[in-house]
Design a protein around this ligand. Structure first.
Ligand SMILES: [Zn+2]
Length: 259
């Protein structure tokens, strides 16, 4: 596998036509989701992809997305540890900060896609409840947080599966299964927003998977959740647009609806 990779890389470097050497299968094994649309940056000559502020980018800086970068054979920079780094090298090497929880409303992160995984704390999803609620375990919890937390994902509402009064709602099982498959027993990164907890004491979070995807956003994109806009959050307008797109594409919840 390694030598195949090297040969491929040599061919790639010798070729003027980068597009002709597109071979996602070679790289698919090294990263969970090569199609991720998270923005990353490359230089004209380098073989690594970077965060926007990486010092190694210097003069030439071109924005592409993670999927394009992976498919073109770029690997994540070990200096700036861009999105996708954790998927390749693991959460431990990523070195997420523990201490003060990262809040996307502070400094006003302008898109969920630009939230900084490096500032989030790492956790493991240890129990699954339904589409928008899970339990996480945090090794060294930041101040104010417990080692085990029941967490509710911010800005989304999935159909009920376990609600005592409502029973099973349309797409509830699918939404629940989507979250279970994506998160259960996985290492994740956690970011917070305005409020730490809801009235039930659940921690309010954004959950990012190791490939840099925001699970909250994925739920809406795939039609497994409404954008829940009753309370303010940093990415409210963006999540609203994601729901609009999911409706237009008749995904999941919207499959049977008119336009
Ligand atoms: Zn870099």
């Amino acid at each position: 596998m390694q030598s195949v990779y090297r040969i491929f890389l040599v061919l790639f470097l010798l070729s003027a036509n980068y597009g002709a050497l597109y071979a996602p299968s070679v790289y698919a094994a090294s990263i969970d989701t090569p199609s991720s649309d998270a923005p990353v940056y490359v230089s004209r000559t380098g073989r690594k992809y970077h965060r926007i502020d990486c010092g190694t980018l210097r003069n030439s800086k071109q924005e592409i997305n993670l999927g394009e970068a992976v498919n073109a054979g770029y690997t994540p920079c070990a200096v700036c540890k861009p999105v996708g780094f954790a998927a390749v090298y693991g959460a431990a090497e990523y070195g997420a900060l523990i201490g003060v929880p990262y809040r996307v409303n502070v400094g006003k992160v302008d898109s969920y896609r630009r939230a900084d995984l490096k500032k989030m704390f790492a956790a493991r999803v240890t129990r699954h409840v339904d589409g928008d609620t899970v339990y996480i375990t945090i090794k060294d919890p930041p101040a104010g947080l417990k080692e085990t937390e029941k967490v509710r994902m911010i800005g989304v509402d999935t159909p009920e599966t376990v609600h005592p009064g409502k029973g099973l709602e349309y797409m509830g099982r699918e939404a629940s299964g989507f979250t279970k498959t994506a998160l259960l027993d996985k290492d994740v990164f956690i970011a917070l927003d305005w409020d730490n907890r809801d009235k039930y004491g659940r921690l309010l979070v954004y959950i990012y998977t190791l490939d840099g995807k925001c699970h909250n956003a994925e739920l809406i994109k795939q039609g497994f959740a409404h954008a829940y806009t009753r309370f303010p959050f940093q990415f409210l307008e963006e999540f609203r647009l994601l729901e609009k797109d999911a409706r237009a594409a008749k995904k999941g919840l919207w499959a049977g609806s008119g336009s």
